[in-house]
Design a protein around this ligand. Structure first.
Ligand SMILES: [Fe+2]
Length: 253
């Protein structure tokens, strides 16, 4: 599997504190069946990181350490970019990163308020940047059903759901919303959003097995393998069609 969203770089956000923790998380990813990971430290928001250079530098250093330790994981540079009015100008200035240099931008919405970002989505698409909404199942306004993210997908954004949400790590409400979005055919990619080897560990294999069990191996492959590879290669994503919805196990309704 390829993981397009993970916090694996040391001392840059709320992920690993140092190289020891960073390498331990990389080993956990290999054990979880991941061959390639896009490092996506937070950019903008409370962590700042308004520069690409430290991220690229740490990715290069981590790849060298993994090679020296014979850990079979390739790390690519990316970011989880918090919604900010400066996103377009920072893209122009090359201060924020897309996913592995592709046309896909991992965009984290504000947890407190559901802003109408359809104009921003349109402007990003017009410059051939395709937003992927990070962990769409974890925003409070989507969990309590006061808002629907459908308007974002209709505007051209894709959705990422987090593996551990499907497994149940964040509780039954988040789990139910995550499976609801999957059944609706609205999710393009599953990623770990791993931060550590404990509570926020990768969980990709368990999520893959649950999707396979509930909705079939074809969808599990699209969400955990094929679309992540498309993102890595900057290719068009496969859109899960509604046939998966009709075959979905209703256990998580
Ligand atoms: Fe994240």
């Amino acid at each position: 599997m390829i993981d397009i969203h993970a916090h694996i770089l040391p001392d840059i956000d709320d992920g690993p504190k140092d190289w020891v923790e960073s390498e331990a998380l990389c080993c956990a990813m290999v054990s979880d069946g991941i061959t390639d990971v896009i490092a996506t430290p937070h950019q903008l928001g409370r962590f700042g990181n308004e520069s690409c250079q430290p991220i690229r530098q740490k990715v290069d250093e981590l790849n060298q350490k993994l090679k020296d330790s014979s850990v079979a994981l390739t790390v690519h540079a990316g970011a989880e970019v918090r919604l900010d009015e400066r996103i377009e100008s920072l893209l122009d200035e090359e201060k924020i990163l897309t996913l592995a240099g592709s046309k896909y931008l991992l965009l984290e919405l504000l947890p407190e308020i559901a802003l109408d970002i359809t104009p921003l989505i349109g402007r990003l698409l017009s410059r051939e940047i395709i937003p992927i909404i990070a962990h769409v199942e974890r925003y409070p306004y989507y969990i309590n059903s006061s808002k629907s993210p459908d308007v974002l997908s209709e505007a051209g954004a894709y959705f990422q759901v987090t593996a551990s949400s499907l497994v149940g790590t964040f509780g039954s409400s988040v789990q139910a919303v995550a499976w609801h979005f999957l059944r609706d055919g609205n999710v393009a990619v599953v990623a770990s959003d791993a931060h550590d080897t404990d509570y926020r560990n990768p969980q990709m294999t368990r999520a893959y097995e649950m999707i396979q069990h509930n909705m079939g191996v074809e969808l599990a492959d699209i969400l955990c393998c094929q679309n992540p590879r498309c993102i890595l290669n900057s290719e068009p994503l496969i859109t899960p069609d509604q046939t998966f919805s009709s075959t979905a196990n209703t256990f998580f309704s």
